[in-house]
Design a protein around this ligand. Structure first.
Ligand code: XMP
Length: 331
């Protein structure tokens, strides 16, 4: 629409003015905010932007390839994919405590990004002067109100603070004045696919907090396939009254890997395999959330598909806990 087109033109102009002929680095995660920031900055300055996509190996099925197809393939942006799965999985071996896992993943993420940014700074001929971040207005309020922060940290969040100073870069935050809904509209106006822009939130530590306890490559592979089936069916099933998909009727939905085995039967054999839990919630602010009353037909389809298609999982459960007292993620 009109208003958004004006906004794009204004934002593009502002970025060009601010950056001049210097270069910008941006950490692309595949999430909505960094994706929209990347598309906007790329629209403004093209090849003066280099995106760094750190793939920690804890992303969803095909997610890394989808990010590359979109940004490098369709938008022709400069994107460096850093394949760091072995590094992350190596450092996570033997670690099962949730906060310890979060700290390792967050710390490694910063290390890998910093190393890549430093390399870009040294090798590019033009002056690399900016670090772009997809900070949005609610993030600004949250971090500005440090005093109002709860005394007890329930979960340490995976985000990147203090990086611009450490890298000697100036901060470029073109989404700073926008609310989430506006960021999404902007993304659509920039030509990003609505499925990407209206995707459920995904935590920075990724599947690392959806595999309970120790993270193993085998667990991540099983989880990715099970979760993909759940999301496919949420998109397929529609509410008969509104016509909306259950993906759009829920605020967040995902699968959790439980590292316990239970007994099952398949054909005339006994199985002894892993369990997953499906989680789907409705919420307006993610501070409180209700578990979603998904149709039984949907749960039935997902369960039978996961058990039949993902060898190694023989039981599917549904999480009927609300927040509080449970949290949305299991770790
Ligand atoms: P909880 O589990 O605390 O989650 O009810 C609330 C919302 O925050 C997301 N979440 C994270 N997002 N980095 C993020 O970017 C994180 O470390 C992180 N931990 C939780 C969670 O997915 C939910 O939307």
């Amino acid at each position: 629409d009109w208003v958004m087109r004006d906004h794009v033109a204004e934002a593009v102009e502002a970025i060009r003015k601010q950056v001049g002929d210097e270069e910008v680095i941006l950490g692309l995660s595949g999430g909505v905010d960094s994706s929209v920031a990347a598309a906007l900055i790329h629209r403004a300055i093209g090849d003066q932007l280099t995106c760094v996509f750190v793939d920690h190996g804890l992303l969803r099925l095909n997610e890394g390839d989808m990010v590359m197809d979109m940004f490098a393939g369709k938008l022709h942006a400069k994107v460096i994919r850093v394949d760091a799965a072995d590094l992350f999985l190596g450092k996570l071996a033997g670690v099962s405590e949730p906060e310890a896992k979060r700290k390792i993943i967050g710390g490694l993420f910063v290390d890998v990004f910093k190393a890549e940014a430093a390399r870009i700074k040294q090798t590019h001929s033009r002056h690399v002067a900016w670090l772009a971040q997809g900070t949005i207005y609610p993030d600004v309020i949250e971090s500005g109100g440090a005093k109002s922060k709860k005394a007890v940290t329930i979960k340490s969040h995976h985000n990147v603070g203090g990086l611009p100073e450490q890298l000697g870069l100036k901060l470029l935050e073109p989404l700073r004045d926008l609310f989430k809904d506006e960021v999404r509209e902007l993304g659509v106006a920039l030509g990003l696919p609505p499925e990407m822009v209206y995707r459920h939130p995904f935590p920075g530590p990724g599947l690392g907090v959806r595999i309970l306890g120790e993270v193993k490559r085998e667990y991540a592979e099983l989880l990715r396939r099970a979760d993909d089936i759940f999301i496919q069916e949420l998109r397929n099933f529609r509410d008969e009254h509104t016509g909306k998909s259950w993906y759009d009727l829920t605020s967040q939905a995902f699968t959790v890997f439980l590292p316990v085995k239970s007994v099952g039967v398949m054909g005339d054999g006994r199985t002894y395999d892993y369990v997953v839990a499906l989680r789907a919630v409705q919420t307006s602010d993610f501070m409180t959330a209700d578990w979603a009353e998904l149709p039984y037909a949907l749960l039935k389809k997902v369960s039978s598909r996961i058990i039949n298609e993902v060898r190694g999982i023989n039981r599917v459960t549904y999480d009927v806990s609300s927040k509080p007292p449970a949290t949305i993620e299991w770790e």
